[in-house]
Design a binder for this molecule. Structure first.
Ligand code: SF4
Length: 132
Protein backbone atom coordinates (compact mmCIF):
# COMPACT_ATOMS: atom_id res chain seq x y z
CA UNK A 1 0.00 0.00 0.00
CA UNK A 2 1.40 3.33 -0.99
CA UNK A 3 0.57 6.82 0.11
CA UNK A 4 1.45 8.16 -3.31
CA UNK A 5 3.88 10.56 -4.80
CA UNK A 6 5.92 12.66 -2.36
CA UNK A 7 5.69 15.72 -4.61
CA UNK A 8 1.88 15.49 -4.68
CA UNK A 9 1.79 15.10 -0.89
CA UNK A 10 4.08 18.13 -0.62
CA UNK A 11 1.73 20.19 -2.78
CA UNK A 12 -1.21 19.25 -0.54
CA UNK A 13 0.66 20.17 2.63
CA UNK A 14 1.03 23.59 4.13
CA UNK A 15 4.01 25.49 5.41
CA UNK A 16 4.95 25.14 9.06
CA UNK A 17 5.37 22.07 11.19
CA UNK A 18 2.41 20.31 12.77
CA UNK A 19 3.91 20.14 16.24
CA UNK A 20 4.71 22.91 18.67
CA UNK A 21 7.80 21.11 19.98
CA UNK A 22 9.67 17.83 19.73
CA UNK A 23 7.80 16.30 22.69
CA UNK A 24 4.51 16.78 20.86
CA UNK A 25 6.01 15.22 17.75
CA UNK A 26 7.33 12.22 19.67
CA UNK A 27 3.93 11.77 21.34
CA UNK A 28 2.30 11.71 17.88
CA UNK A 29 4.84 9.16 16.66
CA UNK A 30 4.22 7.00 19.73
CA UNK A 31 0.46 7.18 19.30
CA UNK A 32 0.31 6.55 15.55
CA UNK A 33 3.41 6.18 13.39
CA UNK A 34 5.22 3.65 15.56
CA UNK A 35 2.53 1.05 14.81
CA UNK A 36 1.48 2.21 11.34
CA UNK A 37 2.15 0.04 8.31
CA UNK A 38 3.34 3.04 6.27
CA UNK A 39 6.38 3.65 8.48
CA UNK A 40 7.22 -0.01 9.07
CA UNK A 41 10.18 0.05 6.61
CA UNK A 42 11.77 2.89 8.58
CA UNK A 43 11.35 0.93 11.81
CA UNK A 44 13.10 -1.97 10.08
CA UNK A 45 16.07 0.23 9.15
CA UNK A 46 15.06 1.36 5.65
CA UNK A 47 14.46 5.06 6.16
CA UNK A 48 14.24 5.72 2.41
CA UNK A 49 11.05 3.61 2.26
CA UNK A 50 9.54 5.20 5.37
CA UNK A 51 6.34 7.19 5.47
CA UNK A 52 6.51 10.28 3.24
CA UNK A 53 4.20 12.14 5.62
CA UNK A 54 6.72 11.74 8.42
CA UNK A 55 9.37 13.10 6.05
CA UNK A 56 7.16 16.11 5.37
CA UNK A 57 6.93 16.88 9.09
CA UNK A 58 10.72 16.75 9.29
CA UNK A 59 10.91 19.41 6.57
CA UNK A 60 8.64 21.78 8.53
CA UNK A 61 5.48 21.02 6.54
CA UNK A 62 2.07 19.96 7.85
CA UNK A 63 0.53 17.15 5.79
CA UNK A 64 -3.08 17.64 4.74
CA UNK A 65 -3.67 14.16 6.16
CA UNK A 66 -3.09 15.46 9.71
CA UNK A 67 -6.46 16.43 11.15
CA UNK A 68 -7.08 17.21 14.81
CA UNK A 69 -4.08 15.30 16.11
CA UNK A 70 -4.75 12.26 13.92
CA UNK A 71 -3.51 11.01 10.59
CA UNK A 72 -6.17 9.98 8.10
CA UNK A 73 -3.73 7.54 6.47
CA UNK A 74 -2.97 5.62 9.66
CA UNK A 75 -3.27 1.86 9.16
CA UNK A 76 -2.46 -0.38 12.08
CA UNK A 77 0.10 -2.94 10.94
CA UNK A 78 -1.65 -5.58 13.01
CA UNK A 79 -5.13 -5.03 11.58
CA UNK A 80 -6.72 -7.73 9.52
CA UNK A 81 -5.37 -10.86 7.91
CA UNK A 82 -2.45 -10.83 5.51
CA UNK A 83 0.44 -8.43 5.12
CA UNK A 84 -1.56 -5.64 3.47
CA UNK A 85 -3.62 -3.30 5.62
CA UNK A 86 -7.36 -3.56 5.23
CA UNK A 87 -9.43 -0.68 3.86
CA UNK A 88 -11.13 1.60 6.33
CA UNK A 89 -14.36 -0.21 7.24
CA UNK A 90 -17.69 1.30 6.35
CA UNK A 91 -19.33 3.07 9.29
CA UNK A 92 -21.52 0.63 11.23
CA UNK A 93 -25.25 1.02 10.73
CA UNK A 94 -24.83 3.13 7.59
CA UNK A 95 -26.29 2.30 4.21
CA UNK A 96 -23.96 3.07 1.34
CA UNK A 97 -25.51 4.31 -1.88
CA UNK A 98 -22.20 4.87 -3.66
CA UNK A 99 -18.76 3.31 -3.46
CA UNK A 100 -16.57 5.37 -1.13
CA UNK A 101 -13.21 4.98 -2.83
CA UNK A 102 -13.54 7.60 -5.61
CA UNK A 103 -14.72 10.22 -3.14
CA UNK A 104 -12.16 9.72 -0.40
CA UNK A 105 -9.46 12.33 -0.08
CA UNK A 106 -8.04 15.11 2.01
CA UNK A 107 -8.37 18.84 2.00
CA UNK A 108 -6.23 21.44 3.66
CA UNK A 109 -8.14 24.07 5.57
CA UNK A 110 -6.51 27.43 6.00
CA UNK A 111 -7.59 30.23 8.32
CA UNK A 112 -9.62 33.09 6.91
CA UNK A 113 -7.72 36.34 6.55
CA UNK A 114 -8.07 38.66 9.50
CA UNK A 115 -10.57 41.47 8.86
CA UNK A 116 -9.13 44.93 8.68
CA UNK A 117 -9.72 46.42 12.16
CA UNK A 118 -9.26 50.03 11.06
CA UNK A 119 -12.88 50.71 9.94
CA UNK A 120 -14.24 49.42 13.27
CA UNK A 121 -11.73 51.51 15.23
CA UNK A 122 -12.60 54.63 13.23
CA UNK A 123 -16.34 53.99 13.70
CA UNK A 124 -15.88 53.63 17.47
CA UNK A 125 -13.80 56.79 17.56
CA UNK A 126 -16.50 58.74 15.71
CA UNK A 127 -19.14 57.61 18.21
CA UNK A 128 -17.11 58.65 21.27
CA UNK A 129 -15.69 61.72 19.62
CA UNK A 130 -19.02 63.00 18.40
CA UNK A 131 -17.71 63.71 14.89
CA UNK A 132 -20.06 62.59 12.10
S1 SF4 B 1 0.54 7.36 7.48
FE1 SF4 B 1 0.27 8.82 9.15
S2 SF4 B 1 0.23 7.57 11.03
FE2 SF4 B 1 1.10 6.33 9.37
S3 SF4 B 1 3.31 6.62 9.58
FE3 SF4 B 1 2.57 8.10 8.09
S4 SF4 B 1 2.19 9.97 9.28
FE4 SF4 B 1 2.35 8.26 10.71
Amino acid sequence: MSLGDYDALYEQSREGGPFSNSDEGMAFMDAWCNRCVHDRPARQGNDAKGCPLVLLTLTDRTPAQFVDGRCTEFRDEDSGPGPEPQPVPDPPGQLLLLPRAPFEGVRMLSPLPEPDPLPAVLAAHRVTDGTP
